[in-house]
Design a protein around this ligand. Structure first.
Ligand code: ATP
Ligand code: MG
Length: 376
């Protein structure tokens, strides 16, 4: 066990790294963040910020020297960086787990290898692959870049083979995956944590609404049946075991209109849809991440209140600050802001959690608060 007082390393300085840092510091750890941005949300609150690129060998050497254990908040940290750090200190999740989640084709092949359903997909490296995909994928389909996509970026909906050729061209002919677009009944996610001995703790299944490919709201408890939630949790646990994963991770699932659970993607880190745990669970996903990294006992994942989480994108800012006073006048709303200076449209700036006696009530308050919040 790595006990409080020790120093933990975080690769990546975004909001997930920031909330990890807060959780770690609350437990009495020191945190060193490595991120190339001088103003990163986590870097500005960490005990130390190493401002360098993720493949800067001198910076990695310094991080390894300073830290008793290192984790990440960002799946696009080069797997070679983690592999290097693994030779020097404790690193979770492993470079090999991360490598399986960095490329959509590799990830979907891995999920399928566990006999877990994914959307019908076809890897696209060249134009010839597009022709081959025709027999496997029905339209409408979505062409997605295989690496570095997030928040729906690098995705183009295609209605025909002709449109796939055009989309491939406009994405710069980088490696892509062509996915069938599924008719969605709902979207859910499972956030879980797995420790060094392989024991898994599951947070309650979350129900998610995306707008323009970006998460808008999460509601817990979800409205899906116990059986369906159970089945999603079993798939997520199997994926964690298959990756020999250590840490907090999430599995995003589609529920099709035919009632099937289909795994969309894996996040090898805490997840936006797990932010409800900050105010509505005994242990947050970030505290659990600290506990897993340090091989401490797992925290209790039980829900303490029905909750709705609403994301705050830069769009809410307009020309001035949102009306925080109005939002905070709701006694059961908990606000979390990430300390980002510039509010750009589509940029995740913060979120709030609404606690209420039931999810309908929480959603009603959340919708009202969201409308009132918008800057003029
Ligand atoms: P993030 O990393 O923020 O989750 P991402 O860029 O990895 O986003 P995806 O999870 O692939 O994006 O897609 C974002 C959203 O777009 C999904 O949550 C879903 O609402 C919709 N979507 C993506 N792929 C499909 C599909 N094959 N069928 C139906 N809807 C889809
Ligand atoms: Mg996603």
């Amino acid at each position: 066990m790595i006990l409080p007082g020790a120093t933990l390393g975080m690769l990546g300085g975004g909001q997930l790294g920031r909330m990890f840092t807060t959780a770690a510091q609350t437990l009495g750890y020191k945190v060193v963040v490595l991120d190339p941005d001088t103003n990163s949300p986590a870097g500005i609150i960490a005990d130390q910020h190493i401002c360098a690129k993720y493949d800067d060998s001198a910076a990695l050497e310094q991080l390894a020297q300073l830290c008793d254990a290192i984790t990440t908040e960002f799946e696009n940290i080069p797997a070679t960086t983690l592999a290097y750090l693994e030779t020097k200190t404790v690193v979770h999740p492993s470079s090999s787990a991360l490598a399986k989640t960095q490329n959509r084709n590799v990830e979907k092949q891995f999920i399928a290898s566990l006999d877990i359903p994914t959307v019908p997909f076809s890897p696209i490296h060249t134009e010839a692959d597009i022709i081959d995909a025709e027999s496997k994928i029905q339209f409408p389909a979505i062409l997605k870049v295989a690496t570095f996509g997030y928040d729906g970026k690098g995705q183009i909906v295609c209605q025909s083979l002709q449109e796939v050729f055009q989309a491939f061209e406009s994405l710069g002919k980088v490696e892509c995956v062509l996915e069938q677009r599924i008719d969605l009944e709902r979207e859910i996610s499972v956030v879980l944590a797995r420790n060094v001995s392989g024991q898994i703790t599951n947070f309650p299944v979350a129900e998610n609404v995306h707008i323009n490919g970006i998460l808008h709201s999460t509601t817990v408890p979800s409205s899906v049946s116990v059986l369906l939630a159970q089945s999603a949790m079993e798939m997520a646990d199997k994926i964690a075991e298959g990756l020999d994963y250590v840490g907090t991770m999430a599995v995003e699932c589609f529920i099709s209109t035919t009632g099937d659970v289909i795994v969309n993607e894996i996040a090898p880190r805490p997840h936006n849809s797990g932010h409800f745990t900050l105010n509505a669970c005994v242990t947050s996903q970030f505290e659990q991440q600290v506990r897993m990294l340090c091989d401490l006992p797992s925290g209790n994942c039980d829900l303490t209140s029905p909750v709705v989480m609403i994301n705050l994108l830069g769009d809410v800012w307009g020309n001035s600050q949102p009306h925080w006073d109005t939002l905070l006048a709701h006694p059961n709303i908990k606000l979390h802001l990430y300390g980002k200076k510039e509010a750009r449209p589509g940029r995740k700036m913060g979120h709030f959690n609404v606690l209420a006696d039931d999810t309908e009530h929480a959603m009603k308050i959340a919708n009202q608060a969201f409308v009132e919040l918008k800057a003029d």
